[in-house]
Design a binder for this molecule. Sequence first.
Ligand code: SF4
Ligand code: SF4
Length: 231
Amino acid sequence: MRKAQKIGAVTVVGGGISGIQSALDIANSGFKVYLVEEQPSVGGIMARLDKTFPTNDCSSCMMGPKLVELANHPNIEILAYSELLDVKGEPGHFQATVRKKARAVDPEKCVGCGICASKCPTKVPDPFNGGLSERRAIYVPFPQAVPLVYTIDKEHCRYFTKGKCRICEKLCKNKAIRYGSEADHTLRPRLVLHLCARLRLLNPGLGLRLFSRLGLGLGLRVGLSFRGHDK
Ligand code: SF4
Ligand code: SF4
C-alpha cells in the first residue's frame, strides 16, 4: 500500500437512501465523494414512497433535507445517469472508470424550469409511479429531483425515433437541448476507497414467494404514493 500517495476520495455506487447517507457521512468526515447513480437523479426507491415501513414516517420529509445537503455539499460530486464500469488498483490507490450517459440536455444550461416537458407531445408510462401515470419524453423522474436536470428518453422521443419534432429545442430559452452534439463520456476518478451502497431489494436468492410479496408490497406502496407527472 502506498500510504504517501493516498488521494482522499471515495466512490459510492447507488444513489438511494443508503448511498445518500453513506455519501453524506463520508463527505462530512472530510473525504471527497463521487456518488454514482444510474438513474437521471438520486433518490432511489425511497423517493417513490410517501411512507416508510415500519414506522410510517413521511419519506419525503426524511429525504428532502438529505437531498438538499447532498446537492450543496462541497465534498460531493453527484454522477447521475452514470454507471461504474471498472475499478482497478489496490487499497488506498484505486482508479474507477465511470461512464456518464448523454442526456441530450446540457446540465450546465438546464435550470429545470420544465417548459420543454409541458409541451412535449410524447407521453409514456412513468416508471417512477409504477407505470400508473404518464410522463413526457423529456423528463425529470420527480419534481424535487437532484440534480434537477431534464433528460430526453431517446427510446420514445419523436426526434430520436422519427427524425422530427424539436419542440423542446424551440421552447428552451437556455439553449440546453443537445440532440446530436453530445456523446457518452468516461471519467476516471482516482480513489482511496470504493464502496457499494446499492440496495438490491428483490434478491432472487430470497425465493419466488418472498420476491412476489415484496414486489406486490412495493407496487401497492408506489401506487398509494402517486405523485409527480401527469396523473
Ligand atoms: S431543457 Fe430548457 S426548457 Fe427544459 S427544463 Fe431545462 S432549461 Fe427548462
Ligand atoms: S423532440 Fe422529443 S423530447 Fe423534445 S418535445 Fe419532441 S418528442 Fe418531446
